[in-house]
Design a protein around this ligand. Sequence first.
Ligand code: NAP
Length: 366
Amino acid sequence: MASAEVDVQLVLVTGASGYIASHVVQQLLKNGYRVRGTVRSKKNATKVQHLLNLCPDAQHELELVEADLLDVESWKPAVDGCSHVIHVASPFPSEAPKHEDEIIKPALEGTLNVLKACQNAGTVKRVVVTSSIAAVSGGFTGESNVVFSEKDWPNVDTIGTYEKSKTLAEKAAWDFVDKLKVIEKFELAVINPAFVMGPMLSGSDCTSMVVLKKLLQRQMPALAKINFAVVDVRDVAEGHVKAMTLPEAAGKRHIMCADNIWMKEIAIILEDEFKSQGYNVPTWVSPDIGIKFFALFDKNVRLVVSALGKVTVFDNARMREVLGVQPRSIKETVIDMSYSIIEGGFVPKKSKYHGPPKVEVKPTES
Ligand code: NAP
């Protein structure tokens, strides 16, 4: 990759323990970069242990430092000596928070704390920020005849808390780099992933696995008529690494989305692969009225009501043409993630479970 062309001294990855960031760290190490990752506590083995085994053949050992998004002082030593920063850390909750500040403060103030540390360090050339399609379409507001692109932003007064956190944080990042004095300038590139799925590297759970975990365990009796715009975590990590070095990625947002898929289609992929292995995946789609009834009693079901039957489509041309990422099929993404959920112990192994198909290694010709 581009390490020979671009002078990358040291890359900081914030929130290295997270689902997406772990893949970013792994791909950076595999590509020979020197990487420093931030975690909230180095003593938390569940969050840290997998990071130490990500790339046994890495040219440079991964360095870990502690930093908290809301602790401005923690970012100075974290950024010290870095030429590139990939800012992934931000809350991605699976449930609605009690108060919006729980999400918005770390997303917004955290982004500004990281950027201020980059400004003060004076060594940083480019920052890549992980935003979201939530900062493009505002979540579930798309209509089937609209194709969202990088020029779109939602109205923060009409969107949910998570969507607001990503929108405010990304807008603040663009505003921050715009206002830098010439002498302080560094570049910004933004990645806006769709719903990220694909294998998990970390030992702790993540919001992205919730749908598959529930389906594999039949924790929902019926499916909702919900559509997802999906992208594979390995493709998202590749996009971050490319956005760090490609000249044409600077100053741009990049939507990363493979395709759209209905929950029913996901359930059928799972049934085809896992029914014979003892998993009884629900495939019956409830009429919308049934979901709306459950929403009266369950605030998490309430979150999906506005999305019933809607398809939000995204233009992924920049991902393919600028970042050069050719997305994997969603079938591969769903199956690989499901095996990692089971292998990781998040869903119990059934007696008929045989594990992922063995990859045949062909002997090399002499
Ligand atoms: P994740 O596994 O929950 O990772 C979130 C990371 O942020 C974790 O490392 C977490 O640290 C860290 N973090 C949260 N609050 C923090 C704080 N106050 N101080 C320091 N670190 C903090 O979620 P993910 O799916 O990988 O998401 C990573 C990023 O991608 C987020 O910015 C999210 O908005 C964005 N994104 C995700 C998706 C998706 O579908 N997964 C889609 C689009 C965008 P701990 O491990 O210590 O909690």
